[in-house]
Write a protein of this length. Sequence first.
Length: 251
Amino acid sequence: MAASTGNHGQSLAWAGARFGVPVTIFVPEGSNPIKVASMRALGATIVEHGKDYDDARAECERRAAATGVRYVHSGNEPYLIAGVATAALEVLEAWPEVDVLIVPIGGGSGAAGASSVAKAIDPRCEVIGVQSEGAPAAYLSWREGTPVSRDAVHTFADGLATRTPFELPQRILRQHLDDFLLVSDDELRRAMRVLLLEAHVVAEGAGAASTAAAWKLRERLRGKRVALWVSGANATAASIEAALAAGPLIA
């Protein structure tokens, strides 16, 4: 069992299908229909519960404990962090000269993996995390060095929309992450637009977060070799229309 807004759930559903293990994913009510359809197509059982990810997570944890089913947390899971860390390993093997990695953060597993790999292989490589300003729990927890939760999230980027920090990724990020910033929903939409029109890459809100951050930090990054994580392509028609309407990134 796992709780997810869709990306973690798709990964687990794929693995379950590959290895013949039944998978149940708890998702918030009204979740991205593309992600839900993908998880179902991969064979997962879907349970809709609550208004957001954290509501779905709490119910998943309750049911997993009651039934004894293996619960795969989307952040507090060493094997998961090791798995997503291989993406950073591939970047550094293919492009050892890279100066900066920019990674979206919801729960923080991706950035925890990327920063662990970068600091082990090339300590000079800077790793920057980015989260939505409408869901800043991980950002605030990292900045303050103590868990900070929020009562609600206010962002369309469901992959970034966590109300509570995750203990294991936070521990790793406090040790290895170089910087962390927030971007607005408008900046996310504009980044989605530039990825679509200039790079011909479809990105959902969370997938465009690194591009939004790079634009925000463009003066600081000028002349550096920067790798951006575009970590989700499940953009709905409505979100793409909103991105196109948002206009270009503002100078």
